[in-house]
Design a protein around this ligand. Structure first.
Ligand code: IPD
Ligand code: CA
Length: 237
């Protein structure tokens, strides 16, 4: 498969993430429409619709590429894997969105043979678009961003999240307790991709979470790295 310039992929990621985010934002009067309910999470009709919107944008430009989505709207078996794989989280921070909090976002990344090469995170209600590609720096609303210069843990703001299966997983609480006592502040905002973007633009010094999914961190991980930070996923779910 011919290699596509990262710039072109990023343009598509931006288009897809904006389309998904704007659809959720324009239809926020339907934020209470639940399709499935779990003890610590909800799946909304808008999660599914926004995934379809993002997929539509990607398929129009790159019909042969694979798509991995949190909501996998078309329920298709992926028999033929392309070198290019798009990773979509149509609404990250679904519970925040459902309750009317403004901290939620859409996230779209693309990887080439396993390496994330472009990604965009869009938070419509905050008016923030974070972008990066392997050939370009991380940007917030078009302006280049860099990670914080704070180098002491005791002066740091560290963000974390609690996954959907928190009942059965004690480690997140133990990790939070261990970190909270040693940093200036620990913060839990409920939207992993946006948490990581706070690190990319220097508002926070770090983010950690157990049991995170690839669609939560694919785009934001690249944005952190292109902003001069480090991002690592240990183990895979
Ligand atoms: C969740 C959010 C949350 C994090 C969870 C994620 P979702 O994603 O990012 O902050 O703590 O681990 O699953 O379900 O809202 O897309
Ligand atoms: Ca989601």
């Amino acid at each position: 498969m011919k290699k596509i310039p990262a710039k072109k992929l990023l343009e598509c990621a931006i288009d897809a993430v904006k389309t998904a985010g704007e659809h959720a934002s324009n239809n926020s009067n339907r934020r209470r429409n639940i399709v499935e309910i779990f003890r610590h999470d909800v799946k909304l009709q808008l999660d599914i619709e926004c995934q379809q919107k993002a997929e539509h944008v990607i398929r129009k430009r790159f019909p042969k590429h694979s798509i991995l989505g949190e909501e996998d709207s078309f329920g298709k078996p992926k028999t033929v894997m392309s070198d290019y794989e798009w990773i979509v989280d149509p609404i990250d921070g679904t519970v925040n969105f459902h309750h009317g909090l403004r901290s939620w976002c859409s996230s779209v990344a693309v990887r080439f043979r396993g390496e994330v090469v472009a990604g965009a995170v869009f938070a419509p209600e905050l008016g923030e678009l974070y972008t990066a590609s392997i050939d370009t720096p991380a940007r917030l609303n078009g302006k280049v961003i860099t990670v914080s210069k704070v180098d002491k843990l005791s002066d740091s703001l560290i963000m974390t999240g609690l996954d959907k299966n928190t009942d059965s997983s004690i480690p997140p609480y133990a990790m939070l307790k261990a970190i909270a006592g040693n940093v200036q502040k620990a913060r839990l905002m409920g939207v992993a991709a946006l948490d990581m973007c706070q690190v990319a633009c220097g508002r926070a010094e770090g983010y950690f979470e157990a049991h995170i999914y690839i669609w939560d961190i694919a785009a934001a991980g690249l944005i952190v790295r292109q902003a001069g930070g480090k991002s690592e996923q240990i183990g895979k779910i």
